[in-house]
Design a protein around this ligand. Structure first.
Ligand code: ADE
Length: 230
């Protein structure tokens, strides 16, 4: 899998890949990343990439020319590239999307700044337009990283233990059950005794129940969908 980032702030993104699991994924050739800066594609003297909004409105937008030129270049060099635009005005990014997009060869994240991106760029190039939550960030970099991270761990062999993927939150439409490690008692706080007895059928059934109650409590929206289907 290749991730390309179109961003004015490469270092915000590159630093995330300098440690841990994603660093290993790059070293093992499961993942590669590269960057394009729209500022390198400007045709004005000052490397300007932002301008006032047509019709008024607070704040500046990334205007079309540098973005069209950078995206045309990427598309020409990579006909299989799939373009993703992070914006709070997109559809919610969820786990099913992370799994689905992990099967693509090449994802391009186009990061907005200021008040966003001229809509004509999104209309022309956007294969998908995602929001990572109902709040507004200062740019698309963090949102792109959030999506890249969630997608990467669904690429085969990126996580050491693939089995961990099948029991986590949002699999089976529920939040993951609480987990415990050692020791069994820590400052008077106990691991539920069933977890210590080694009867795996019972542990699974208990975890399923815990998963349901946790979902009901924290995410009634998910729980009612789950209930309607089961
Ligand atoms: N850019 C700014 N805020 C965002 C959000 N919530 N999701 C995706 N991209 C964004």
């Amino acid at each position: 899998m290749r991730f390309t980032y179109v961003t004015l702030f490469e270092s915000l993104i590159s630093s995330y890949f300098e440690d841990s699991i994603l660093k290993r994924a790059i070293q093992n050739n499961l993942l590669s990343i590269n960057f394009y800066n729209p500022r390198d594609f400007t045709k004005n003297k000052h490397g300007k990439v932002d301008d006032y909004q047509a019709g008024g409105g607070a704040g500046l937008l990334l205007f079309p020319q540098p973005l069209f030129d950078v995206l045309d270049t990427i598309k020409k060099e990579n006909p299989d590239a799939y373009f993703i635009f992070p914006t709070p005005a997109g559809k919610p990014f969820v786990q099913i999307d992370a799994k689905r997009l992990a099967k693509k060869e090449h994802l391009v994240f186009v990061c907005g700044r200021y008040e966003g991106i001229d809509e004509r760029v999104i209309e022309t190039y956007g294969d998908e337009v995602f929001s990572i939550g109902d709040y507004v960030l200062t740019g698309g970099e963090l949102a792109s990283l959030v999506m890249s991270d969630a997608i990467s761990r669904n690429i085969q062999n990126v996580l050491g233990n693939e089995a961990s993927l099948s029991v986590e939150s949002f699999e089976n439409e529920l939040l993951e059950a609480p987990s415990f490690s050692k020791p069994p008692i820590y400052e008077d706080k106990l691991v539920p005794s069933e977890f210590l007895k080694g009867n795996h059928a019972k542990i699974t059934s208990l975890k399923n129940k815990m998963s349901e109650s946790k979902t009901k409590y924290f995410r009634p929206d998910l729980f009612s969908r789950f209930n309607a289907r089961h």
